[in-house]
Design a protein around this ligand. Structure first.
Ligand code: FAD
Length: 515
């Protein structure tokens, strides 16, 4: 009997919400391993293990529930869908609208032999809180620069999250100002390891043999099933949430996870629903088990940033990829791929975490890696490709706006100023500077922390643009008070450092739209 076919991508793996037939006998399901997608970038091997293992676990789970499921290896997603239509004699195809622009385009343009029905990824029954159109409408209600805080307030009201009689809980919308404590002398809670299942071990074995990919499979411990994701969630709620707010921006040597949730991968695979996380966190506050600054801080990331970023992506694509507002054009330094090549302790800590785990926490992404690439004026698309390939949670819809918009100011549509900082900020928020080869107190010369001269070099080069921002224009007073000799020395130190950077030469290729 001919039946509809349901294509489930690895962004649609929630056991109850995925786009599958309404009953096990009402259609067949296909998951596709696309060779083009898997080799589009030199993805971190742990990311490939995670995606493959999550897909295969999902397929096993569906089969155990009586569904007919194919897992197909094909050149592209489109080829895999057509092959399965032919093999199964399918009458029509259903799928969730893909989150990445390239695949969405490919599916919309594909000429399958039967009709394709694309379903909404957000709103009731979807994996985001808003439908794509609702998210875009909420953005278009804003006039000039798109503001996350405006979007977030509207989301709080719309979903009634942390609201008390129409007002924000505790009287303030954001407790961000309370969430900037350094964590010096404090030890983060231990993190338990997600044990690889036999199926995950099989994928580790498979991926370990693949050439042209970054990182190693050893030590893989990302959640790949809903049960594992729920375990990571409950550990976060019990161990980390109460201090998540206080130390949200802190960094410590040798501490990869700090008080962070480690849940972006599970959310992006749709093993967890964002409202499930929000509700669990809000409940901890209601029970008096977590303070408001922590709870609001976490909820802002999910209800605010995550939904906002997705809306911005769809609003700005495809132009966002080539956006380069500051005309940055330096090649990505080699040490991004080979962290042992940098003597900067903060960079080495963040880069090593990415190489080992496929992860660095938010403030490392923004204020260490992003800040460095911004100040060194690295070509945004090179930075973006590195993030996309190297981070286990990176997909273009979330990586690109964060890198091009938030970190590099290459697309200035939703940030009012670049997140540029000198070594002082890093010294305040971390213990990296003690024991670093460079001296954070030195502003010029070969021992100076490179962030110091790079900061002024950047500020001077973009003075005409940045001086228009009142928060930045005040800083130029500090520069103007320096003697011409001191100014010249700072620029020269920056130039010497930039000249010493070796460009990456791995020869890997990047194909943004391959799928
Ligand atoms: P926590 O710090 O504990 O935060 C909780 C959750 O909030 C995260 O799991 C995530 O789902 C959400 N969140 C927080 N900030 C953002 C944000 N700015 N955009 C979207 N979601 C957010 N996140 C990704 O999921 N994939 C990416 O590829 C990615 N690239 C980034 C690149 C840069 C340069 C920056 C500055 C941020 C990026 N982020 C990305 C956002 C954020 O850094 C990660 O979501 C977070 O570090 C994941 O770790 P966690 O789960 O421990 O998060």
């Amino acid at each position: 009997m001919s039946l509809p076919l349901y294509f489930v991508g690895p962004w649609d793996l929630h056991p109850d919400l995925a786009c599958v037939p309404p009953s096990p006998t009402a259609g067949t399901v296909v998951l596709i391993e696309s060779r083009a997608k898997g080799s589009a970038l030199p993805y971190h091997r742990k990311k490939l293990v995670m995606i493959l293992s999550a897909m295969h676990h999902f397929a096993e789970d569906l089969r155990a529930r009586g569904y007919t499921v194919d897992v197909v290896r094909a050149e592209t997603y489109v080829d895999g869908i057509q092959q399965t239509i032919d093999n199964r004699g399918a009458t029509e195809v259903h799928a969730l609208t893909p989150r990445e622009w390239g695949l969405a385009q490919a599916l919309e343009k594909a000429t399958f032999s039967v009709p394709l029905h694309l379903h909404e990824d957000g709103g009731p029954g979807g994996h985001f809180l808003l439908t794509k159109q609702e998210a875009l409408d909420l953005l278009s209600a804003q006039k000039k620069t798109l503001r996350m805080d405006v979007f977030y307030r509207a989301m709080r009201k719309r979903f009634g999250v942390l609201m008390a009689e129409g007002k924000p809980e505790g009287g303030k919308w954001s407790y961000d100002a309370d969430n900037r404590k350094p964590a010096k002398g404090v030890t983060p809670p231990p993190t338990s390891v997600v044990q690889p299942t036999p199926l995950t071990q099989k994928m580790m074995e498979r991926v370990s043999r693949w050439p042209n990919h970054w990182g190693q499979v050893d030590g893989f411990d990302w959640p790949v099933t809903r049960a594992q994701a729920l375990t990571v969630l409950s550990e976060f709620l019990d161990q980390r949430l109460p201090q998540f707010g206080d130390y949200q921006d802190a960094m410590l040597n040798g501490e990869v996870w700090m008080w962070h949730a480690r849940l972006s991968t599970a959310l992006n695979l749709s093993l967890l629903h964002p409202m499930e996380l929000i509700a669990a966190v809000e409940a901890r506050y209601a029970e008096g088990r977590a303070p408001l600054n922590a709870v609001e801080g976490l909820i802002r990331q999910i209800l605010g940033w995550r939904e906002f970023i997705r809306a911005v992506y769809w609003r700005q694509m495809p132009g966002m990829r080539s956006a380069n507002h500051l005309q940055a054009n330096r090649p990505l330094p080699k040490f991004f791929w080979e962290p042992e090549r940098t003597k900067m302790k903060c960079m080495s800590e963040a880069l090593s975490a990415v190489k080992t785990h496929g992860y660095a926490h938010h403030i490392q992404r923004l204020m260490i890696l992003g800040n460095f690439a911004l100040l060194a004026e690295v070509d945004p698309i090179e930075v973006s490709h590195w993030f996309w390939a190297g981070f286990v949670d990176a997909y273009e819809w979330v990586e690109l706006p964060n890198v091009h918009g938030m970190a590099l100011y290459a697309d200035p549509s939703f940030t009012t100023k670049p997140y540029a900082a000198s070594g002082n900020y890093i010294n305040k928020m971390s213990n990296h500077c003690r024991g670093c080869h460079y001296k954070v107190k030195d502003k010029t010369g070969p021992t100076a922390c490179p962030f110091n001269p790079l900061f002024w070099n950047f500020m001077v080069r973009h003075r005409e643009l940045l001086t228009q921002n009142p928060r930045l224009s005040r800083l130029y007073g500090n520069w103007d008070r320096k003697t011409p000799e001191a100014q010249q020395e700072a620029i020269q130190t920056a130039q010497d450092f930039l000249d010493s950077l070796e460009p990456s030469d791995h020869g890997w290729s990047f194909h943004d739209d391959a799928c």
